[in-house]
Design a protein around this ligand. Structure first.
Ligand code: M6R
Length: 366
């Protein structure tokens, strides 16, 4: 059942071209120029009546929500708040009937997420579930459902569910921007063209697996690692750090590049691994300054940049390239090397990769 792979996690990483393709294909018009969501069938008025989007999730699904905030705010110009389910449910939130709550959950059974969905509904919010399991509790409780077609995810560490969540949420943001008139047809078509390339572009990353494997050694010699990024790369940094923590048991912290000076730089010592995500063109210059800050303290910096980038490579110790793509699309690709780094670090440490200590696949008790 592991299809020749040593672990489910690795198998699931390699399934991503297919799962992303499945999640995308049913949501584009035949000419590839528009987004369609037959399961939503919204009118322009449905989108215009949304005062605020509230995204609720846990763990990796929460990290997908952090990126969705950028997607929706930039592409549909609707304000978005992202909350951890266990925080939302106890904070007497300002949610009302003008709120669209988007609940993200791979399993659809996470207890805090389900309770937060009920709380948002109780306060009058409309609800939309983004989930991977047909008929799950969250899918039954929400007003509408968008399924990620990732197939069963067995490994505790979420990989293919995350990238299909990003794909579905990006499509949703485009759909909203298309309906409320914020996005031009040309802009939609361009985004969709780049999205359609992602499944094949994943193979390009897989072809660098031996380099990634060798780099994983940089982690196992250290007790700490840092992930830095700006804009959407900051959300990705959080996901990269979580992946490393949960399966390799190496302490990892994610920082927004601009926050380094506000405390974390004190922890940068010679040789410490820092993963610098630098895929976002509009903040690249700022990110390069942040890389220089950690390089000046002799950190060992692994950069992640777009293939055509010429600048990042000059400042880091080693750079992993991901295929060129739109800023909104590239995170789907850039997370794959992070998944592989965490995987190989865990394998090197001899850990039980698919069943990390103390963790369960789905958290159904509080
Ligand atoms: O099934 P859910 O998406 O609701 O699960 C949420 C988290 O428990 C989950 O993403 C967890 O953080 C993963 N183990 C991360 O890899």
């Amino acid at each position: 059942e592991k299809g020749g792979f040593e672990h489910f996690m690795l198998k699931e990483i390699y399934e991503q071209p297919k799962t992303i393709r499945d999640t995308l294909s049913c949501r584009m018009t035949a000419d590839g120029k528009q987004v369609r969501f037959d399961e939503l069938n919204w009118t322009p008025e449905d989108v215009r009546s949304i005062g605020k989007v509230l995204i609720i999730a846990c763990g990796t699904a929460y990290h997908a929500g952090l990126l969705a905030k950028y997607f929706i705010e930039k592409l549909a110009r609707i304000p978005v708040e992202v909350d951890i389910a266990s925080e939302y449910r106890y904070r007497d939130p300002l949610t009302d009937s003008k709120t669209l709550s988007i609940i993200i959950s791979q399993s659809g059974e996470t207890i805090d997420t389900l309770a937060a969905l009920k709380e948002a509904k109780r306060r009058g919010a409309r609800s939309l579930a983004v989930t991977n399991v047909v008929g799950s509790s969250v899918s039954r409780e929400a007003d509408q459902v968008v399924y990620t077609w990732a197939g069963p995810e067995i490994a505790v560490a979420s990989t293919k569910a995350y990238t299909t969540q990003l794909a579905a949420l990006l499509l949703l943001a485009i759909y909203m921007g298309q309906l409320n008139g914020v996005l031009t047809t040309t802009a939609v078509t361009k985004l969709l063209q780049d999205l359609k390339k992602v499944p094949d572009q994943c193979e390009d990353i897989f072809s660098q697996v031996n380099t990634v494997k060798a780099l994983a050694k940089a982690f196992t010699d250290h007790e700490d690692a840092f992930f830095i990024g700006r804009s959407m790369d900051y959300g990705l940094a959080m996901e990269g750090a979580l992946k490393l923590k949960e399966i390799s048991y190496i302490h990892a912290e994610a920082y927004a590049g601009g926050e380094l000076k506000h405390g974390t730089l004190a922890l940068i010592v010679p040789g410490i691994p820092v993963i610098a995500l630098a895929t976002q063109g509009d903040v690249e210059e700022k990110m390069i300054s942040n890389i220089k800050e950690v390089k000046a303290r002799d950190a060992y910096v692994i950069g992640i940049a777009k293939a055509s980038d010429r600048e990042v490579g000059k400042t880091v110790d080693v750079v992993l390239h991901v295929p060129d793509s739109d800023n909104f699309v590239v995170p789907i690709l850039a997370v794959i090397p992070l998944q592989l780094l965490a995987y190989y670090a865990a394998v090197l440490k001899g850990n039980d990769v698919d069943k990390p200590r103390n963790l369960a696949k789905s958290v159904t008790v509080e």
